[in-house]
Design a protein around this ligand. Structure first.
Ligand code: AMP
Ligand code: GLY
Length: 427
C-alpha cells in the first residue's frame, strides 16, 4: 500500500486525485495545496509547491512513497533533484523529470535543439538574444508569414505570438528581448515557421528508457466558439481524437515518441513521469509544437476518466522498469470536458462569486472537477479564471459534449461562461 503526495491545485490535480484515490494500492492520499474537489479524494495540506524543504519534511513524516508533481514550475525548479539528493528519501518515487530534462518544457530553445539532434520532426527555427538582435530583425523581415515568435522560458502560456505581418513580428520580438516583456524568460527568443494543421496532445509515462502511452486528447484553447478570440489555459478537451489511429499514430510513435525517449537515454537526461507531446498533424505527418514535462490541463480531465488501468500500477511499472510489459487499458467510451470560466477571462475577471448546483450536475456519466474554486463556510466561491471542468462520457464525442453542456445548465454563478462547441470538428 502506498502513501501519495500530489502537488497542485487545478482541475488537472482534481482529476489525478480522483484517479489515484480509486487505486487498490492507495493507502493515504495528500494533496498540496489542492482545492475543495481534491478534499473529497484525500486530505488537502497547505505547503507551497515550491517549498521543497517543507515538502521533504512532510514526505519523511508521513512516510510518503510516491510524490506526483502536477504543474511544471516545481519540476523546472528542480524538485526531482532536490528529493533525490536527500538520503533520507532515497526510496521516494518522484513522478516528474529532473530539472535538466524539464528544460524540454522550460526552454523552447533547449527543446528545439534536442529535436534537431534526435531527428524529431518540428518547425524550422532560429534562436536570438540581445547579442544577435540585428540578425534576428533581418531574419524576421525575410521570413514567410505568418511567423511564430516564442519566448524561450516559461511565460504562463502567454509567450507565443503568431504574427501575421512583419511589423507585428518585429514589435513582438523587440518587446520580448529589448523590453524584457517576460523578464528572463524572453531574454532568448525562438522564431519559427508556422505549421498548418490540427493539433493534438499525446501523453506517455516514461522512465527515460521505456514508455507506455495514455489516451490522447485534443484541447480547445481559444475563448470563443469556433476557435475565435484570445488564447486561454484551455476551454475544453475531448478524447479520443478520431484521426489519432492507424498510420498516423504509428508515425507518432516511430517518428516522435521513440526518438524522444531514445534521445533522453542517449543524452543522459533523467526522466521519470509524464511526457506531453504537443503535436500538429500536417497533412498526415506529425510535427512537435512543444513538449511539456507534466500532464495537460484540461486534457487530464478526459485522459484520467478514460484510463482504466490503475495509475499507481503504472507508476510502479515506471519505477520497476516493467513499462514495456504493461498493457494500458482504456475505456472505449468517448469523454469530453467543458471548462466553465469566470466572465471576462482571459482578461480581467472578478472572483468570489457564489457557485450553486455543482452537486446536481453529477450523474452516472457526468462529473465535475474543481479548478478555481474555494470553500468559504458552507459555500463554494469562484477563485480563478477557470472555475470547473465538467466531464462526461458518451457513446460519441457529440453525445459526451451534449451531456456536459446540459449538466452545466444546473451550475450557476454570476457571469458564468463556457463554450458549447467543444469537439466541433468531430461531430
Ligand atoms: P506553445 O506554448 O508552444 O504550445 O504554443 C501555443 C500555441 O501556439 C500552440 O498550441 C499552437 O496552437 C500555436 N503554435 C505554436 N507553435 C506553432 C507553429 N510552429 N505553427 C503553428 N502554430 C503554432
Ligand atoms: N492544455 C495545454 C497545457 O496544459 O499546456
Amino acid at each position: 500500500m502506498m502513501n501519495i503526495l500530489l502537488l497542485g491545485s487545478g482541475g488537472r490535480e482534481h482529476a489525478l486525485a480522483w484517479k489515484l484515490s480509486q487505486s487498490k494500492l492507495c493507502s493515504k492520499l495528500f494533496i498540496s495545496p489542492g482545492n475543495p474537489g481534491t478534499s473529497t479524494c484525500g486530505e488537502n495540506i497547505s505547503i507551497g509547491v515550491n517549498d521543497f524543504d517543507a515538502l521533504a519534511a512532510f514526505c519523511r513524516e508521513k512516510k510518503i512513497d510516491i510524490l506526483v508533481v502536477g504543474p511544471e514550475d516545481p519540476l523546472v525548479n528542480g524538485i526531482y533533484d532536490f528529493m533525490k539528493a536527500d538520503a533520507t528519501l532515497k526510496d521516494l518515487i518522484v513522478v516528474g523529470p529532473s530539472a535538466k530534462a524539464a528544460q524540454l518544457e522550460g526552454s523552447k530553445a533547449f527543446a528545439k535543439a534536442f529535436m534537431d539532434r534526435n531527428g524529431i520532426p518540428t518547425a524550422a527555427y532560429r534562436e536570438f538574444t540581445k547579442e544577435n538582435l540585428a540578425e534576428g530583425r533581418t531574419y524576421i523581415q525575410q521570413h514567410s508569414l505568418p511567423v511564430v515568435i516564442k519566448a524561450d522560458g516559461l511565460a504562463a502560456g502567454k509567450g507565443v505570438v503568431i504574427a501575421t505581418t512583419h511589423e507585428e513580428a518585429l514589435r513582438t520580438f523587440e518587446e520580448m528581448i529589448v523590453d524584457a516583456k517576460f523578464g528572463e524568460a524572453s531574454s532568448k527568443v525562438v522564431i519559427e515557421q508556422f505549421l498548418k494543421g490540427v493539433e493534438l496532445s499525446v501523453f506517455a509515462i516514461t522512465n527515460g528508457k521505456q514508455f507506455a502511452l495514455l489516451p490522447e486528447a485534443k484541447d480547445y484553447k481559444r475563448i470563443g466558439e469556433g476557435d475565435t478570440g484570445l488564447n486561454t489555459g484551455g476551454m475544453g478537451a475531448v478524447s479520443p481524437v478520431p484521426f489519432a489511429k492507424g498510420d498516423f499514430m504509428s508515425k507518432v510513435i516511430e517518428k516522435v515518441v521513440k526518438p524522444t525517449i531514445d534521445g533522453l537515454f542517449k543524452e543522459g537526461l533523467v526522466y521519470n513521469g509524464f511526457v506531453f507531446f504537443g503535436l500538429i498533424n500536417v497533412e498526415g505527418e506529425p510535427f512537435v509544437i512543444e513538449y511539456n514535462c507534466r500532464m495537460g490541463d484540461p486534457e487530464t480531465e478526459v485522459v484520467m476518466p478514460r484510463l482504466k488501468s490503475d495509475l499507481i500500477d503504472l507508476f510502479l511499472a515506471m519505477e520497476n522498469h516493467t513499462l514495456d510489459d504493461t498493457e494500458v487499458e482504456v475505456d472505449s467510451r468517448a469523454a469530453c470536458t467543458v471548462v466553465m470560466v469566470s466572465g471576462g477571462y482571459p482578461g480581467d475577471f472578478e472572483k468570489g462569486k457564489v457557485i450553486t448546483g455543482l452537486d446536481q450536475a453529477f450523474s452516472d456519466h457526468t462529473m465535475v472537477f474543481h479548478a478555481g474554486i474555494k470553500a468559504a463556510s458552507d459555500q463554494l466561491l469562484t477563485n480563478g479564471g477557470r472555475v470547473a471542468a465538467v466531464t462526461s462520457y458518451g457513446d460519441s464525442i457529440k453525445n459526451a459534449v451534449a451531456a456536459s453542456v446540459k449538466a452545466i445548465e444546473r451550475i450557476e454563478y454570476d457571469k458564468k461562461y463556457f463554450r458549447t462547441d467543444i469537439g466541433y470538428e468531430f461531430k
